[in-house]
Design a protein around this ligand. Structure first.
Ligand code: KG4
Ligand code: ZN
Length: 346
């Protein structure tokens, strides 16, 4: 069912995101105007454990979700009856965490008599770019988050084809593990990013390209190489060159991500390259990707940091695309930790 675009009534979507450690609720108008975007982060709670503890995450979502929903509506100045639909992250993510958002969204949909839009988390990260500018199809997206590293080709609006993915760790996960080995708390990405900037020179580390024509990634070998350097220094009674290691790791990761993304754009008809996910906040990645895209004449779009890490505004943006093409999702839908991006295509 293709809905008519540009009708007089604005499409107002209340979006809920609880797939990991942020409870976020937003109100988004017509898929690109953010009226409110509230984010309640659990990072301080999880830091003591060195990573996200799934059961603690679910409990924290339950504690705050109602308040965050009320606040998001109040900041937006929108009454429930004005809403077009309720969107929620259906997956992928931690099942117990997803469940809290899904149950809240279903309850509101029933109580207020509104349609429900089950939304894909990675489609959300990708469509965070629609909050910045109009997208032109076909386009290519480099998804770099704590749980995902993918190159996604989109021939048209709402259609996703994954042409490359990580074979082991996600890039954010590798950042977090390396940061931990260097003695920094969760989430470690920003620490490694800062250290890399401060370092005078990089400790040499390998680049993992895989087969020459592959768009896949692998980061676990690089992570082991970092651990080896750290352990060898300690065995010799030396203090590891933490900043140099961070810079070497970052240079290796960023070079491979950037070169594969550029090659994917050049070997397709993509009109734009989009960057998204928490690691899109990385200074080294933004700098090199911007420079390479300028040199190659590729239009690059990067969301501001608040829309790179998990947030509900991006879910509202993706849900809008689903809504105008396919309409709502049946109320008996379930939270799906392994939700497929390609199958979610409109
Ligand atoms: O997208 P996101 O908020 O959550 C997932 O859906 O996974 O990404 C979180 C990840 C964490 O691994 C965090 O360390 C990483 O993004 N991250 C960074 C930076 N800021 C956040 N990694 C590298 N450099 C950064 N500046
Ligand atoms: Zn995410």
């Amino acid at each position: 069912m293709e809905r008519e675009k540009g009708t007089a009534q604005p499409v107002l979507i209340l979006a809920i995101e609880t797939s990991c450690d942020e409870t976020s609720v937003a109100v988004v108008k017509d898929g690109n105007e953010v009226l409110s975007n509230l984010i309640s982060s659990q990072i301080e709670t999880h830091r003591a454990f060195g990573g996200v503890v799934p059961e603690v995450a679910s409990r924290k979502h339950v504690e705050v979700i109602t308040l965050v929903i009320e606040e998001a509506l109040s900041v937006a100045g929108v009454e429930p009856e004005e809403l077009t639909a309720i969107a929620v992250t259906q997956g992928p993510g931690l099942v117990g965490a997803l469940l809290v958002g899904v149950v809240a969204a279903k309850s509101l949909a029933l109580a207020w008599g509104k349609p429900l839009i089950g939304t894909h988390h990675i489609a959300g990260h990708i469509y965070a770019n629609r909050l910045v500018t109009e997208l032109k199809y076909p386009c290519m997206t480099l998804v770099v988050s704590g749980g995902h590293t993918e190159l996604v080709q989109m021939e048209r609006e709402g259609e996703f084809r994954i042409i490359g993915r990580t074979r082991d760790d996600a890039v954010g996960e590798a950042y977090d593990k390396v940061a931990r080995a260097l003695g920094f708390p969760y989430p470690g990405g920003p620490h490694v990013d800062r250290l890399a900037r401060e370092a005078e020179e990089a400790v040499p580390l390998p680049r993992v390209w895989l087969e020459p024509d592959s768009y896949d990634f692998s980061f676990s070998g690089l992570k082991s190489a970092v651990l080896n350097v750290v352990n060898q220094s300690r065995m010799k009674g030396l203090t590891p060159d933490v900043a140099g290691i961070a810079r070497g790791f970052q240079e290796s990761v960023v070079e491979v991500l950037v070169e594969k993304a550029i090659r994917a754009v050049k070997s397709s008809a993509a009109k734009q390259l989009l960057l998204c996910g928490g690691v899109a906040a990385n200074g080294g990645l933004r700098t090199l990707l911007t420079a390479r895209c300028e040199a190659e004449g590729i239009e690059l779009i990067i969301p501001p940091p608040v829309y790179c890490t998990d947030n509900a505004a991006m879910i509202g943006a993706a849900a809008y695309v689903k809504w105008i093409h396919d309409g709502g999702t049946p109320l008996d839908m379930v939270a799906d930790p392994g939700f497929s991006l390609e199958k979610w295509s409109v």
